[in-house]
Each structure stands twice: as C-alpha cells, then as structure tokens.
Design a protein. Sequence first.
Length: 403
Amino acid sequence: MKKNILLGFVLATSIATALTGCGTEEESQTSSVNEQAESTETESAESATKMPDGPPSGGGGMGSATVDTESIVTDVAATLDEEVSVSAEGASVDEQATKLAQAFLATLSDEQVETIQYDLTAENAAVWSNFPVNMVQRNGILLGSLSEESLKAAKALFYTALGEEGYEQLVMNLEAEEELGESDSGYDADLYYVSLLGEVSDSSTWILQVGGHHYANNFTFNAEQTGATPFFVGTEPQSFETADGETVEPMAVHKSAIYTMLDSLSEDQLAEAEITDKFDDVLVGPGNDGNFPAESEGTLVSSLSEEQQELVKEAIEAWVSDVNEEDREALLEAYYAEDAWAETYIAWSGSTSSEDQGSYIRIDGPRVWIEFAVQGGIVFDDVHFHTIWRDKLADYGGEFSSQ
C-alpha cells in the first residue's frame, strides 16, 4: 500500500491528454464547485460542534484539491474482505442509519467530527465528483484517516444504506482503485471520502456522502422522498484480478443489463431510439443538478414488446439494486407506476457496442434518469465506463429543486 503518495503531476498530465474522452463533464462540475457560496453556520445538537460554513476550499480546476495523505492511519484495502453485519429488526432504514451514524460519530475525535459534518444546503450537497480526489475537493475526511474502530462503524452505516449488493459495488470500486494504484500512485482505496450533511437525528433530514474517483453516493435519510441519488458509478479497468486470483468486474451487471436491453431492439426500433447528438460523457453528471433536457428523446418503453419492457426493468434495477431493500422497493414502485411507465423513454447514441468509445445509452422517465457512457482509457488502453443514476423528484431526498 502506498502511503507517501505523490499526487498530481503524472495523473494530471495523463488525464489532460485525454480530456476529450473523460474530462468535459468533469470540467463543468469543477467550475460549478468554484462558484458555490458559503452557507450559514449552525450548531449541531448531536455533536455540539460547529459544522463547516460551506463547501471545502480548493475545489476548483485540475490539480487544485488538497489531499491530506499524512493523516492516513488505516489500510482500507486490507479491510475490504471483512464481513459487515447489521441487525436492527423492526426498525426502518432511516432509524437504523441514524443510530449507526451517531455511533460512528462517537468513535471520532472532536477535530474529525468538526471536519466530517456540514450544514444541509444545496451548495454543500453538490460537492461530489467522479474526478480523482487530487483534482476536485470533496466534503469530509478520507476513509484512510479513520481508525480501525471508526472505519468499522462507517462500513456498518454504508451497508445499511446500500444493502448487500450496493455495498459489494462500493467494495469493487475500492478494489479497482487499488488496481489503478499499481500503475499510478494517485489512486488508492484510502482516498475515498465520507461526510454527513445536516443534523444526524431521528427528527432531522440528513445526507450521507461517500465517494472518490469513479464513485459518488448521496443518500438522504428522514426526507419527504426516498433519496438514494445522485449516484455516480464508473470503473477503470473493466476487469482485473485481485492478489487472491479473483476476477473482479465492477460494472458487469450494469453493462450487461443495459446493453442486453439495447440489443433487443429491432433495426426500426433502434432508428427511432437513436439520438443525433453525440456524448463523450454523461450529460447530467456532477455539477449539473437539475439540468435535464427539456424534452425526452428516444422511443417510448410502452411501445416495446412485453419481453423488451422486462429488459428495460432489468436495466433500471441494475442501478436501483445498489440500494437497501426497503428503499429499493419504494423507488421501483414509483418508476413502474402505470402513468410513469407510459412516459419513460430509452435512447442511445454513437454506437451500440460497449467496446466503442462514444457509445451512450439513456433511460429517461418522469423520475428515473440513467446514463451509461463509454470513455476512452486513462490509465489503461481499454475503454472504461461512466454512469449516473438520478431521480428528477428525489435527488437529495427532494430537499432541493432538481428540475
């Protein structure tokens, strides 16, 4: 594990040479982070410490973020095989998560508590990215900066929010960072962040943010709407072997489901579903909250055969399954409601092959929004994937306007 990490120069150089394939969307989001205003200071009743005024400073352009690698005390990768079990029969996910978040905070030092908590504002919530952490600042503290006790408590919280499949997705992304780190020292499982926005209590809305390179999860609790989005997940490389010889494919389920859906379309259906615009990344990624197209494009799912419609559902569930069972059921019920399903579209652009840079697929409903974009390689030669799942009504639990 690399603890003395030289962040910036090699990574910034390699990514700068590939901006046409990977940086356009991220550049727009870093610009958005620069423009974020500071929020009003409040006191947390739970921690009795002052939350940061607003988004962390230094969140501007490439290479501008500060990463405190000197604070790393725990090898996160060495803990990924540890079993995580949470038992809270009868309690709702919101109740479980609130209790676990409070237990997590109790393991932290006063300084860490102050660093990890933020006011619940749209400006603070929008501080997330898929860029490497040394290029765009994140809220909170590094997972590697947590003690073993604190990391164990954090993982129990993650598991409760994400469920078994979602937690496994997070682990695979962390393993992918270790694989990238073998070729470039700017990547590491230690370099993911965790933060809490809002007062963590049963009577208050609060957000759990977990993220780093190619992963950003924004999970909202005690909100009016079930909030499991925005959720960005991507991967490079597509597959790799761990030290134990296990083959890991972080995006295999997502890729298979959405391209199986696309492959089921006839030539006429493909022609109707094609978008003439080309996309080198997801459209509504970081820094683009609420910037959905004014009009839906593609072909209506309701015009497809029953078998094809089931494949669309399987594609949607590839993303929604990365959420605990309770919230998953609520979200799918909303997405599959008769009136919503009648206004849901699928579309594609560029190529119908997952091996082609510029291949792009979209699912667009009154609420559900999923994008899959094939990027050129950054660290490796092969293409890699960017995806985003959003909910037009319930991003950040519906706390802030998203349309």
